[in-house]
Write a protein that binds this ligand. Structure first.
Ligand code: UD1
Length: 418
């Protein structure tokens, strides 16, 4: 399973380039299934989730070639419409293939993704939305069988919650449906705009990607294009926190500052100075982080749930009491017990955590509970006295490319042990 051995107490300083976005590359690679031709995707992060996505593409009959951070997908040979259970289990977000497979093949078969470590994560919004296109869906023995008796027809969908995955699945289903689809209360995350840009590059007609109302005028077919994935705003914020926790200074290159904007006021409240020049950002941390009065996770452009765990590690060593409210996922506090093992003073009640900052954390053996919870424990280790052993780091490898190498380049001591 692998471990990180983190020796704490080093101040992080330096300059890093930010990886391509995990949450963008997965739907964009899935969208390649809809394309009749060759798609070239640049800035693909080297992650285990990207590997699983490529395995699914190959299972579906695509021919995939990878050279560094460029992935070339030839979808002319698509000949399957199912995703095997083993691949679905490896990555819950495989559900994002549903719209693309239905659009391409007129049928799809996947297993239900089930629960996961950060909450139940149902797919009811995906299913009810896809049904509105005229898709029949039968759920039996943990498998979803989808068929299109007539043709996919554009529709109007109002989402009860601006789900990122459901918005993406609707866009994929709508891209080649007959007529126009309108999504009301669509998710506005930057990854949605990135998917819309890719699909439009392929000949789709999507307006409003990144806004609350998206319209998709269906086209007959999509052709290949070349696309560069946006920088990963979650990885960028994580590295900002790593410098903030160690009283360091960091320069992030190749970022889109507006995408990380929701994090700036919080870091400034903590006493950090942030300077932005074009696609570059410099953060300088104060000698002691100040408490952050209240952080509430919200859909974009609110504070991202994906960095709730890393910022909790930061507040654990802040001067004063901070409050975090997790509004997106119902069980995303699994890192709390591990932070407490390291000496953090955190109390939770339902969706709220109250963090009384301590002067320092102490190294301990902790278990990575999930992707972002795992990165939070590594950050805590960077600021702790002594050695921290973080196990189950396969979770971290799902989302951070060369995590330990980047942290070491900044002056940290993080070693990977098999
Ligand atoms: C995506 C991101 C994930 C991020 C999340 C919220 C990817 C691959 N993953 O996940 O990193 O944490 O957005 O920003 O892009 N929900 C339902 N029914 C549904 C769909 C969602 O109840 O059919 C609920 C979920 O359980 C959750 C909330 O809506 O409580 C948000 O989920 P959603 O926005 O769909 O997140 P994902 O697309 O799964």
């Amino acid at each position: 399973m692998g471990k990180f051995i983190v020796e704490g107490g080093r101040r992080l300083r330096g300059e890093i380039k930010i990886q391509g976005s995990k949450n963008s590359v997965l739907p964009i690679l899935a969208a390649c299934v809809l394309v009749d031709g060759v798609s070239v995707i640049h800035n693909c992060p080297l992650l285990s989730d990207t590997d699983v996505t490529i395995k699914i593409l190959e299972h579906l009959g695509c021919s995939v070639m990878r050279e560094g951070h460029t992935v070339t997908v030839d979808s002319t040979g698509v000949n399957a419409f199912d995703i095997p259970d083993t691949l679905m289990r490896e990555m819950r977000s495989s559900v994002i293939f549903l719209g693309a497979i239905i659009g391409r093949s007129g049928r799809a078969e996947i297993s239900t993704p089930g629960g996961c470590e950060i909450g139940l994560r149902p797919i009811d919004l995906h299913i009810s939305s896809i049904k509105k296109f005229g898709v029949e869906i039968a759920e039996e023995h943990g498998r979803l069988e989808c068929s299109v008796p007539d043709a996919l027809r554009g529709t109007e969908i109002t989402l009860a919650f601006p789900s990122v995955g459901a918005t993406e699945n609707i866009m994929l289903t709508a891209a080649t449906a007959r007529g126009t689809t309108t999504i009301i209360n669509a998710a506005r995350e930057p990854e949605i705009s990135d998917l819309a840009d890719f699909l439009n590059g392929c000949g789709a007609r999507i307006h409003g990607g990144g806004e609350g109302i998206i319209t998709v005028a269906g086209v007959d077919s999509l052709s290949g294009t070349e696309h560069t994935v946006i920088p990963d705003r979650i990885a960028a914020a994580t590295y900002m926190f790593s410098a903030a926790m160690t009283h360091g200074t960091i320069i992030l290159k190749d970022i889109i500052p507006a995408h990380i904007g929701p994090v700036f006021p919080v870091l400034e409240e903590a006493g950090c100075e942030i300077n932005i020049k074009g696609r570059e950002l410099e953060l300088t941390a104060p000698p002691r982080i100040r408490r952050i009065h209240k952080i509430s996770t919200m859909p974009y452009p609110g504070f991202p749930t994906d960095i709730q765990a890393p910022i909790m590690a930061l507040t654990a060593v802040a001067d004063g009491t901070s409050v975090i409210i997790e509004n997106i996922f119902e069980s995303r506090f699994k890192h709390v017990a591990e932070l407490i093992r390291m000496g953090a003073d955190i109390k939770t009640e339902g969706r709220m955590a109250v963090i009384q900052g301590v002067p320092y954390l102490t190294g301990a053996s902790v278990v990575s509970p999930d992707l972002r919870g795992g990165s939070a424990l590594v950050l805590a280790g960077l600021a702790a006295k002594g050695i921290t052993e973080v196990s189950d780091i396969h979770h971290i490898d799902r989302g951070y490319e060369s995590f330990e190498e980047i942290l070491c380049a900044l002056g940290a001591s993080v070693k990977r042990k098999a």
